[in-house]
Design a protein around this ligand. Structure first.
Ligand SMILES: Nc1ncnc2c1ncn2[C@@H]1O[C@H](COP(=O)(O)OP(=O)(O)OP(=O)(O)O)[C@@H](O)[C@H]1O
Length: 835
């Protein structure tokens, strides 16, 4: 095991007088030396930022004139410089956090320049014997290394070196900075035998207090403990300074294929997935900057929770979404019971929806009469059958294939019309006139539509839910009781589980005339208002004299408007295919959701993180292979005609596991595992917590108290007990981390009722105030267990755990494992076994 030596703190009262100056000055000298390097790094950062800002200003000053091409180029540069500025600004905090002292000089082959000569002035690498690790790579004006990017191959030693495998590392140093000032150092001796060599530092105090954690082999213990003990502020932070070896292997693993990372609560799955995105951008920048990365998370709150992590690693171009928001233009705000959502997630819907679309294509039993301008024609079943066969052979989705279908029928009706009116059917002009007459005749439109109805995905799905007879026809494999579960009136809010079905239908249907026409109408309206605005501008600034029309000005404004970034374009385009997709809380996704995501990444480059034990629902999936079968990780079954977007070849599935919990104290973790086992859902992948805390678990069992009754007095007692418990936790947290710092969550089966009870205490009501409606920003948040997925809080007050565990053992496991410091259980129901 490596040895941890926090660099000596300034003199303590217990130290002898003659020791004091030596120790204080040794530490001060070390800090002063590191401050010089940190200053140099920030001056490089400032230099690059200044250059990027000047370039952006110069680009913007080129104005909207010039050819279309030059305007395009200007916009592309403007987007590039804006992105660059955002990434450089994002890495400001703790820019440099590590130093590696090597046994031998090493230069990183690909992107790091060769070490400077030993006598090189101001060479921070000391001729390759020393490297500083930071958020981004920085070089000075002479192209000499100042800071190594944490993702560079050479930086792997910083994260992975151990005493038994030192990877050329003699000493690892963690540098703690705040607002550009070095405030602390911590050294780990990796290779004790080499430590006396050229890279040795001023000896750290061997007697210095060492902090030991429950698990061996962790690196940067001091920095890790500091990260874990910090009060939560409602936003996830990065872990770049303290990524542990098992995490680093996942972060830097090959981006090809499907990687599944199973890990218990708090093992860093989310953190690792986000750092992996930053790593993949580094390793495959060209490919990913062209295609983009999609991040799918469990809730909008969760996406807000993690939104700062990638920018702090210098990466800004990721599209993040929930499943509910996956399809542009579809707003799924409705909720439904878990069993309905589960039913909608099953793979049977591929067949059911195909049948529903096929049901829009009908051949009449008998000829249908059509009157066009007084002439009697007939839509013949044989013609309809032939037209349908031709349309299907086109391989296009329903709405697009309709064109082939309609054209063929119009030709047949044109023949009939020409014959009936004795016109020359061989003359092209005559045929065109007749065809147009038939196309616009109401009778003909109605009959043709009945045979091949154009429709939208949302429209068809709504019909399925609101027409039980239609659903029974296309979904015979569902039991009548299951079909009843799906019924709902037309016009109801869409739900998250509807979205993958809408996506599947969008594939089968293609864009409808309706949707296209609506888009064109909207576009026209937008242009109209722009013209009106331009006209007003011309008038008010007297730009008239026939030199420029409102139309021309509007066109200019449109053309010179800011270019969309790749992420913005990708987000707005349902058929965008990404270079990599990251899915968090992946255990929740059903087969239809995986199909929707598979379509978005035909190259099947996925990072999937989750925990089967945290599954929300009565019966959790048995294995990741089972969860992911719809992603195409099974042997290929070729379906013809859909090109690269077909669910084609099997993709190799790699599984990794994370085993160390950084969030939850061991006592709470053990209780959560026991409760899960007591509910018949034992945890298959137990984790070891890095630390335990005294008094981290408290249980108020009120099941035998007056609060357990159902009458008004009992409710009053229950409200009182809840308020007292939360207020007490708030006071204790204040004492631990400072007044109103840190975060408390109350997780309850019926959060609204509990919030109303708590709000009767004005202090708690004030603590629940959420600026901008963002519950992550309030000191005290009340929520159901599902919303708490992926989040963490200093303290969790868990209400009536038995009610949560009864409907979903996974939800209770999630709720119990959210705290970083303390779990307080308040229950008027009998406690679940294990508590
Ligand atoms: N190497 C590390 N150094 C410091 N903190 C870490 C490290 N790994 C994880 N953490 C911290 O542990 C906490 C849990 O991490 P994260 O949310 O990524 O875990 P998770 O596995 O996704 O959890 P869950 O499944 O319970 O939602 C976070 O605060 C994270 O910053």
């Amino acid at each position: 095991m490596s040895q941890h030596h926090p660099c000596p703190e300034p003199a303590e009262a217990t130290e002898s007088d003659d020791q004091r100056p030596t120790m204080a000055s040794a530490r001060d000298r070390e800090i002063a030396a590191e401050q010089e390097v940190v200053d140099l790094a920030y001056s490089e950062l400032d230099r690059q930022l200044g250059a990027a800002r000047r370039s952006l200003t110069a680009t913007q000053a080129r104005g909207a004139s010039g050819t279309h091409q030059s305007r395009g180029e200007r916009d592309a540069y403007a987007v590039h410089y804006s992105d660059l500025i955002a990434s450089l600004e994002g890495v400001e905090d703790r820019l440099v956090f590590g130093r590696m002292d090597m046994a031998q000089p090493i230069a990183d082959s690909a992107d790091d320049p060769a070490p400077a000569a030993p006598d090189g002035d101001g060479d921070v690498t000391a001729a390759g014997l020393r490297h500083y690790v930071g958020r981004i790579g920085l070089q000075d004006v002479r192209h000499r290394e100042v800071v190594l990017d944490w993702r560079a191959p050479l930086s792997r030693a910083f994260y992975q070196a151990t005493a038994s495998a030192p990877m050329g590392l003699v000493r690892r140093r963690h540098i703690d900075t705040r607002a550009r000032r070095v405030i602390g150092l911590e050294d780990e001796l990796i290779d004790v035998t080499a430590a006396g060599g050229p890279a040795a530092l001023a000896a750290a105090d061997p007697e210095a207090a060492q902090t030991h954690m429950a698990i061996d082999g962790l690196q940067g213990e001091g920095a890790l403990i500091a990260a874990m003990s910090a009060a939560r502020d409602g936003r996830m932070g990065d872990i770049v300074a303290t990524i542990q070896a098992e995490q680093d292997r996942v972060v830097t693993g090959d981006g090809k294929g499907v990687l599944v990372v199973q890990g218990g609560p708090g093992t860093g799955k989310t953190a690792v997935a986000l750092h992996r995105v930053a790593y993949l951008f580094y390793a495959e920048r060209e490919r990913l900057e062209r295609s983009g990365v999609l991040l799918v998370g469990p809730s909008r709150t969760f996406l807000r929770y993690v939104e700062q992590v990638l920018p702090s690693l210098g990466e800004t171009g990721v599209v993040s979404t929930t499943l509910a928001d996956l399809v542009p233009g579809v707003h799924a705000r409705g909720t439904e019971r878990g069993e309905v959502a589960e039913l909608k997630s099953r793979s049977v819907w591929t067949d059911i929806l195909r049948r529903a679309v096929r049901g829009l294509q009908r051949v009449p039993d008998a000829p249908r009469d059509i009157v066009v301008q007084g002439t009697h024609l007939q839509l013949l079943p044989a013609d309809v059958r032939e037209a349908a066969a031709r349309a299907r052979r086109s391989g296009k989705p329903h709405n697009l294939a309709r064109e082939t279908f309609v054209l063929w029928l119009l030709e047949r009706l044109t023949d009939q019309f020409a014959a009936a009116t004795r016109q020359d059917a061989t003359d092209a002009d005559t045929r065109a006139w007749i065809r147009e007459d038939i196309r616009t005749a109401r009778d003909a439109r109605r009959e043709i539509n009945l045979c091949w109805m154009p429709t939208t995905p949302v429209g068809l799905l709504e019909r399925l839910w609101s027409h039980p007879d239609l659903l029974a026809r296309v979904a015979p494999e569902l039991r009548p009781a299951e079909r009843r579960l799906l019924e709902r009136p037309a016009g109801s809010e869409l739900t998250e589980a509807d979205v993958p079905l809408i996506d599947e239908l969008a594939e089968l249907l293609g864009p409808s005339e309706d949707a296209e026409a609506r888009r064109a109408r909207l576009e026209a309206r937008r242009h109209e208002s722009l013209v009106a605005y331009a006209a007003q501008a011309i008038e008010s600034q007297e730009l008239g004299d026939g030199m420029v029309s409102a139309e021309m000005l509007a066109d200019r404004v449109e053309e010179s408007g800011p270019s969309l970034t790749l992420a913005e374009r990708a987000r707005a385009d349902r058929s965008w295919t990404y270079g990599h997709v990251v899915v968090d809380e992946a255990q929740e996704l059903g087969a239809m959701a995986w199909r929707a995501l598979a379509r978005r990444c035909p190259v099947r480059s996925f990072t999937i993180v989750g925990d089967l034990a945290q599954y929300s629902g009565p019966s959790r999936p048995g294995s990741w292979r089972h969860v992911l079968s719809a992603l195409g990780t099974r042997p290929a079954k070729r379906r013809g005609g859909r090109g690269s977007r077909a669910l084609a070849a099997a993709t190799p599935l790699r599984e990794e596991a994370l085993t160390v919990c950084y969030r939850t104290p061991a006592t709470i973790m053990r209780a959560a595992e026991q409760v899960a086992a007591g509910l018949g859902a034992p945890v298959n992948y137990p984790v070891s917590s890095v630390r335990d805390l005294p008094d981290c678990l408290a249980v108020d069992d009120l099941s035998d108290s007056p609060a357990a009754g159902r009458d008004e007095a009992a409710n009053a007692a229950w409200g009182q007990a809840l308020r007292e418990a939360v207020a007490a936790e708030s006071v204790t947290l204040d004492a631990a981390v400072g007044k109103s710092a840190g975060r408390i969550a109350v997780i309850a089966p019926q959060p609204r009722q509990v919030a109303a009870l708590l709000a009767q205490d004005p202090a708690l009501a004030a603590a629940m105030e959420a600026p901008g409606g963002d519950i992550l920003r309030s000191r005290l948040a009340v929520m159901g267990p599902r919303l708490s997925k992926g989040l963490e809080f200093d303290v969790v007050v868990l209400v009536d755990p038995a009610a949560i565990g009864e409907s979903s053992p996974g939800d209770l496991y999630v709720a119990m494992t959210r705290p970083t410091r303390r779990l307080r259980v308040v229950s008027r129901l009998p406690l679940p076994a294990g508590l």
